[in-house]
Ligand binder design. Structure first.
Ligand code: UDP
Length: 241
């Protein structure tokens, strides 16, 4: 079997990846798919941590729009939504025999650990998948920034950003049949062309930390494992040649 190219990876899964297409909430079938793909990478002997989003439940800016909920409160609600998702991913992974720990940036100590960097690294060294919840712990940012932050903190070799398509395209492949997948981009191209792959702050942090980003389709069975082995489909974002 092809050797993995990375020894420690961070996967960012949006809340959207945990719900049925076009729906909200959590879907057991989608959860199982995500957990299966993570297990395939764990089985390679690669250390894995996961940052989960919360957009399938609450997005702070959206919920504050038509309600009396203050935007800041909405963001804290969004962070709590990521804790809900993290627990769902945890139990699903453990049902497949993968040991896990959840660590949250917002303390919810009856259900998970608080984020402690050195402890998170230790868990991964012991073969546990660490699921990071609560984003950055601060309002007005997203879990993409949380993913870049955690990737830098735990010294991940790569940030795998799961999306609905298998990479970054020249146009929206859902609406434009001429759209083609871009194999490789630099951080600066993503920022300058405003490609919207991740928040600019997340790209900037990865650039400063020298962490490559690979945009991939997590729902294509076996693709993430293949990417970790240097063979799958996705778009690589790094400093360039
Ligand atoms: N959020 C936040 N701070 C963070 C991460 C998330 O305030 O560090 C809030 C924000 O309101 C966001 C919501 O949590 O809209 C859900 O996260 P996100 O939108 O990143 O989820 P995803 O799109 O990945 O499902």
């Amino acid at each position: 079997m092809t050797q993995p190219q990375y020894s420690r990876v961070l996967l960012k899964v949006s809340g959207e990846g945990l719900c049925a297409p076009g729906k909200t909430g959590i879907d057991g079938v989608e959860l199982r798919k995500v957990a299966n793909e993570i297990k395939l990478v764990v089985d390679l002997g690669v250390q894995v941590c996961v940052v989960v989003g919360g957009g399938n439940i609450v997005r702070g800016a959206v919920i504050a729009k038509d309600t009396a909920i203050e935007e800041t409160t909405g963001h804290y609600m969004g962070m709590l939504a990521t804790v809900i998702n993290a627990l769902a991913v945890q139990d699903t992974l453990e049902s497949l025999g993968v040991p896990t720990r959840v660590q949250s940036a917002l303390p919810v100590q009856n259900v998970c650990e608080n984020f402690i960097r050195r402890r998170a690294i230790r868990h991964m060294e012991k073969g546990r998948v660490v699921i990071f919840a609560g984003g950055t712990g601060n309002p007005f940012v997203t879990t993409d920034t949380g993913a870049a932050l955690r990737a830098a903190e735990v010294r991940a070799d790569v940030l795998l950003k799961a999306t609905k398509v298998d990479g970054v395209y020249t146009a929206d492949p859902k609406t434009d049949p001429t759209a083609t997948r871009i194999e490789r981009l630099t951080y600066n191209e993503v920022i300058d062309k405003r490609l919207g792959v991740m928040d600019v702050s997340a790209i900037d942090l990865c650039q400063r930390s020298g962490i490559p980003i690979i945009v991939l389709d997590l729902k294509r069975a076996g693709n993430m494992r293949a990417v970790v082995q240097g063979e799958g489909q996705g778009t690589l974002i790094d400093a360039g040649k």
